[in-house]
Each structure stands twice: as structure tokens, then as C-alpha cells.
Design a protein around this ligand. Sequence first.
Ligand SMILES: *Cc1c(COP(=O)(O)O)cnc(C)c1O
Length: 462
Amino acid sequence: MNMITNHLPTAELQALDAAHHMHPFSNQDELAERGARIITSASGVTLTDSEGNQILDAMAGLWCVNIGYGRDELADVAARQMRELPYYNTFFMTSHAPVIALSAKLAELAPGDLNHVFYAGSGSEANDTNIRMVRHYWSAKGKPDKNVIISRQNAYHGSTLGGASLGGMIPMHQQGGLPIPDVHHIPQPNWWSEGGDMSPEEFGLARAQELEKAILEIGEDRVAAFIAEPVQGAGGVIVPPESYYPEIQRICDKYEILLIADEVICGFGRTGNWFGSQTVGWTPHIMTIAKGLSSGYAPIGGSIVCDEVAKVVGATEFNHGYTYSGHPVAAAVALENLRILEEEDVIGHVRNVAGPHLKKKWQALADHPLVGEANLVGMMGSITLTPNKATRATFGEHAGSVGYKCREHCFANNLVMRHVGDRMIISPPLVITPEEIDTLIERATRALDLTYEQIKAEGLMG
Ligand SMILES: *Cc1c(COP(=O)(O)O)cnc(C)c1O
């Protein structure tokens, strides 16, 4: 299947794109100068661009295409649902079969008493819902001042006003007057960058105790909730030390606050379990979901809510919702995606086949002269580039530029790997085969070699 003849020539597409399409998280002038890469089709883990290049997508789009590209089942379900009932809302005491079936399925898959789903169109919207829901919950219980949400520096929780406020990304806060009031950020468990002389275990404990410090400072009667990604994704795939989450859980159990696990990346198999909370051993009251919920085939997100919160909120009229909350086509597509994940035992493939194979190869990258450490949980991984492994040195005034160079070499070698500063990150489709993993590692190694040669010549290796 080759669709590259079915559109305008690449240069014309690029010119129209730059002239009329404002891109997310992009410098439009730079984009206009270089021209966007135009993706025309995809299958499995492989993208095809308008020049016919075959690119291995080690990011699964934006961490979302868990079952891989090109699954006809999802297209068929979407077409059928569009014909039968393309849209109806879930406001005003109405419902429809796809959203009912999806909700029951999610309640079955989610751990414990997470049995109720509130839908959104995306992860950002779902986190906006969470802010309003936890504040409304405490208010309904007669504690309207219990409205502070504690999050973490360098967290990513989306790009709406609420989502970006919960997130701890300074460059995002600097645009548009963020964060909104009553959101507090504690330091992240990033041992490589911030651990100093502590062992990872000591550091994990210390960073978890930042939560207790914050609760005591702000006052337990003011803190509504704590939100965290089980493994930080967009912040650079930061795998917390093993001591971190048990201590977080101890603190959460001690104080009366709600726990929100942002499972937008970690959910639906990414870490080798259905949910990342299960992998790190953490019991949330609310889970944010999106991305892998539909494998990106349709825009849908939501909040899976525990019995107690659903009961309190459900006894009131919650003045909140989106036109597309529980969209029937998106719900049908998500349900079919969950069927495939389950029936094809994709999570078993992550745990027993792809995960162990990738782990062995990925960790071996730490032997490369440019790589300080390699981390991997399930199918999300990071490597840190450094001029000196022993001292965990940064590139100083050139920080961030080396990762960017490596990303460019990856692109040129038909591999999509992302950079966050000088960390290189991957999150491939969960269905990736061992042979495809070998190709991924070969291309990543070539990109690392080329980057190393380039920055040595530029004198950046110190
Ligand atoms: C991507 C992401 C979001 C935001 O989801 P959108 O669908 O882009 O709004 C929220 N939280 C996490 C952890 C994410 O990775």
C-alpha cells in the first residue's frame, strides 16, 4: 500500500502547512524554513512519509499508538458506529450503548473500587475535570477550603489552563499567566540530575518526604489532592527510585487527601501492567486516562473514579461536562482497542517478550561513551547523554543542544526518538517485535555514534 501519489508534491504541502497551520509546541518560523515532514500512512510500527521514507516510530505517535498502526478492526468499528449513531450527548439523562459498554469494561480493568468513568476528549480535559471534581468533592463534604492540589516540578499533565497548571513545566507557566491559584509543586524524583551525593534509595525517600513537608506547611485541612504520573513521561521518562512510591503511599495513607494517578501514558499496558499504578505499587482514588485508551485512533480521555468520590459527587449536580464526553464513535473505537489489547495478550507480550528483549538491548546503550544511564520500565525508556558519566556532568551552557543533535541524527536515520533536554526517550508501540527492536537499537546506536563524533569535533566532550 503506497499512498504517496495521492496528494500534492511535498514542497507544496510544506508551503501550505507553514502558511496556514499553527503547530503545537513548535517555532513556526523554524518550521516554515525547514518544512514539516509529511506523514502519509503507517502500518505496525512504521510510518511512511511523502517522500516514501520508511520510519520506525519509537514514540508510538505521542506515546499513544499502543496496538500499532493500521488495524482495520478499529476502522471498521468506527465506520459502523458512524452509520448507526454518529453522535449523541450524555447530558440530560441520556446515554448510549458504546459508552455504557466502555464504562463497564474500564470498571472491570481498573484495580480496586475504581468503578466509575467521567469522559473527556483528551488527557488535558480529564485533568481539568479532576481539579473541579476533587475540589467539589471536599466542598460537598463541607470543606470548601480543602482545595490545594499538590503536584511535582517537571510533571506533565496537559496543556489546558488546568492541565498546564498541574504540570510543572516552567516554559509553559511562563506563557499565559500560569499556574492557576492553589496548585503547589514539590521537587521530582530525578536522581540523575538532582540526587547529588545521595544513593538513589536515599534520594527517593527524601523526595517522597517533600510531599509530607508540603502537606504540613499548607495544612492538611487545605490540601485536596496529590497528582503524579507513576513514571514521568514528557519530563524525560524519569523512573523513580524504588523507595519513592512506598513512602508516597505511607504519607498519603496518613493524611486525608485524594490521590490522582495520571495514567495517560502509563495506562493500557505501557509499563507491563494495565496501569502504571500497579507497576509502582500505588493506590489512587482517581486515574486520568487518554492516549492508549484508544491507541490514538480516536480522541478520548477520562477520569476513572473510586466509589467514595463518585458517591459524594453523584449526590449533587456536578456542573461540568464536554459536548464530546463519551462520544459514541470514540467510545466504540476505545472498546475495540481494549478488546485487542486483551484478546491478543499485548500486555503479556510487553512483560514476557518485547519488554525483556528491549531492556537487555537498551541497558547496553549505557556502555556508549556518550550515555550516562539507561532506564526502562515496560516499553518506556530514557538514556541520559553526558560528557562525564562518573560525575553525572551536564553540557553546561550547551545543555539541551546535544539531545537535539541526537534527535536530528535519529530523524535522518529513519528513527523517531524524542529528546527532552539531553535525555533521549522512547515509547514504541507495545506490539513491536524483537526484530524491530533490534532495528530500533541499531539506528539509535548509529545516531549516538554520529552525535558523539560531532560534539567531540565541536569540543563539547570536555
Ligand atoms: C499527554 C499527557 C496529558 C495530556 O493529554 P492530551 O490528550 O494531550 O490533552 C496528560 N497527562 C500526561 C501524563 C500526558 O502524557
